[in-house]
Design a protein around this ligand. Structure first.
Ligand code: FES
Ligand SMILES: [Fe+2]
Length: 423
C-alpha cells in the first residue's frame, strides 16, 4: 500500500521506533508525521498533568480563561464556591465552542453557546436548552470536565480519566514553589511565542543548556548552569549554605522522565548558582522585585523545577517564571511564559516590568529562532540523527521516557486520554 507522510500505521511507528539509535537524536518521522503526533496527544500530552496558569488570573467567581492544546479547548473558571473548574469547551448539543473569548469575567452566571444558545453554569451543568422534546435529560448534557488540582497557586489540569498521581509532585512543589512563595504571587506578565516546530524540539531545547553559551549570551553571563555542572560544585555549595542561613534547604530531586516514581507524575528540581555578584535573572544581575516567600535575602542562585512533560518553572528569590510548552500541530507549537511577582508588589513602584521580563523575553526569542531552524534542518531528507553530549543528559532522559510512552510496551494508563467526566 502506498502511503504519504501523515498516514503512518502502528507498524510504521514500530519501525520508526526501531530506527532510533541509542544515545542519538530522534529521526525525522518523530517531528513530521501527524500519526505520531496523534499518538503523542493520546499517550503523553493529554494523559499527563500540565500547568494551565496561576490562580491569581481568576481571583473572583466568574473569572475565566481559555487553555488551548492541539484541537482541544478548555475553560478554566472560578465557580460560585471559589473552586477552580476546567470545562471542556465543546457544546453538548452539536459541538460548537461555547466560549470564544480568550479570558474575561462572566457577567451573567452562565456561558451561552453562540450557536443555539444552550447555556451552562460555572460548574458546567446545563441550565438552559431551548425547545427540546419532552424527556430530554438535561442532567446528562453538562459540559465535560477535566481533573483540576491547585498546588502552591499553580493550576494543574489533566484530560485523563485516571491521571498519574500527584503526591510526589506536591511534595516537590512544597519545597520549591512553596518556599519561593508562589501561592501568594500574582501574574505580572504573560507572553506567548508561536513556534514553527514540533513541540518536542521545544521541550528538548529547554532541557539542555549545551546551547546556552552560543545562543544565550545574556543568560550565560550570570547563570553558571550554562557550563558543565561539575564545574559549579563549589559555587552551588556556597549558594546552598546561604540558603541554609535563611533556614531554606535546597535539595535537588530527580523524579522526572524515566526516573518518575511508579504511578506518579514526573517531577524534579535543581538549584544552581549565579555568578559572583549576581542575585537574580536581570540584565545587571541586581534585584528586580520584592523578595518572595521565605527569602529574606538573596542567595546567589535560582531553582528550576518541572512537573510532567510540558510544564517547567524557574524561581528566583524575587520573581518566578512558568514555562508552558503547547503542542498545536505536528509542526507547530507555542511557548507561553508567565512572570510571577509577590502578590503585593506594585508595577512601576516595586518593580519595573521591562526590567523584570528582559532576560526571559530575550532568551525565549532566541529559543524560538533556534528551535525553528532545528525543525527546518530536521525536515531535510539528508538529516541524520547525531550523538548527544553529556550536557544534554536531561534531554536524553526526556527522549528515553517519550519512546517508552509511545512504544508498544507503554503502560495501559498511557493508552488513550479519556476526558474524566460529563455531567
Ligand atoms: S451547538 Fe451549542 S447550542 Fe447548538
Ligand atoms: Fe534556550
Amino acid at each position: 500500500m502506498e502511503r504519504t507522510a501523515g498516514t503512518l500505521c502502528d507498524e510504521d511507528i514500530t519501525q520508526l521506533l526501531a530506527a532510533v539509535k541509542p544515545g542519538h537524536a530522534l529521526p525525522r518521522g518523530f517531528y513530521a508525521d501527524p500519526a505520531v503526533f496523534e499518538r503523542e496527544l493520546d499517550r503523553i500530552v493529554l494523559a499527563h498533568w500540565f500547568c494551565a496558569g496561576h490562580v491569581s488570573s481568576v481571583p473572583e467567581p466568574g473569572d475565566f480563561f481559555l487553555v488551548e492544546i492541539a484541537a482541544e479547548s478548555v475553560i478554566v473558571v472560578r465557580d460560585r464556591d471559589g473552586n477552580i473548574r476546567a470545562l471542556l469547551n465543546v457544546c453538548r448539543h452539536r459541538g460548537s465552542r461555547v466560549c470564544t473569548e480568550a479570558a474575561g469575567h462572566l457577567k451573567g452566571s452562565v456561558f451561552v453557546c453562540p450557536y443555539h444558545a444552550w447555556s451552562y453554569g460555572l460548574d458546567g451543568s446545563l441550565r438552559g436548552a431551548r425547545h427540546m422534546s419532552p424527556g430530554f435529560d438535561r442532567a446528562a448534557h453538562g459540559l465535560k470536565s477535566l481533573n483540576v488540582r491547585v498546588i502552591e497557586g499553580l493550576i494543574f489540569l489533566c484530560f485523563a480519566e485516571n491521571p498519574p498521581g500527584l503526591e510526589d509532585a506536591q511534595e516537590l512543589l512544597a519545597s520549591t514553589a512553596g518556599v519561593y512563595g508562589w501561592a501568594d504571587a500574582k501574574v505580572a506578565h504573560r507572553e506567548t511565542y508561536s513556534i514553527k516546530a514540533n513541540w518536542k524540539l521545544a521541550v528538548e531545547n529547554y532541557f539542555e543548556c549545551y546551547h546556552c553559551q552560543p545562543s544565550h549570551e545574556e543568560y550565560a553571563k550570570f547563570h553558571l548552569y550554562a557550563r558543565p555542572v561539575e564545574l559549579n560544585r563549589d559555587a552551588d555549595e556556597r549558594m546552598r549554605a546561604r540558603a541554609r542561613d535563611l533556614e531554606i534547604e535546597l535539595t535537588n530531586v530527580d523524579h522526572w522522565g524515566v526516573h518518575a516514581l511508579p504511578g506518579q507524575e514526573g517531577a524534579d528540581s535543581y538549584s544552581s548558582a549565579l555568578a559572583e555578584g549576581a542575585v537574580t535573572g536581570t540584565e545587571d544581575g541586581r534585584p528586580a522585585a520584592p523578595l518572595m516567600g521565605k527569602f529574606r535575602d538573596y542567595i546567589g542562585g535560582t531553582t528550576f523545577f518541572d512537573v510532567g512533560p510540558t510544564s517547567t518553572f524557574l524561581a528566583y528569590p524575587d520573581y518566578g517564571v512558568i514555562y508552558r510548552f503547547i503542542p498545536k500541530t505536528v509542526d507547530t507549537s507555542e511557548m507561553e511564559i508567565i512572570w510571577l511577582v509577590k502578590g503585593t508588589a506594585r508595577a512601576g513602584i516595586d518593580y519595573d516590568l521591562e526590567r523584570l521580563t528582559w532576560l526571559w523575553k530575550l532568551t525565549s526569542i532566541a529559543d524560538k529562532r533556534i528551535i525553528e531552524v532545528n525543525q527546518q534542518g530536521v525536515n531535510s531528507r539528508y538529516y541524520e540523527p547525531g550523538p548527544y553530549t553529556p550536557m544534554e543528559a536531561p534531554t536524553q532522559n526526556f527522549i528515553a521516557w517519550y519512546l517508552r510512552a509511545i512504544g508498544p510496551e507503554s503502560p495501559a494508563s498511557m493508552r488513550g486520554a479519556r476526558v474524566v467526566s460529563s455531567g
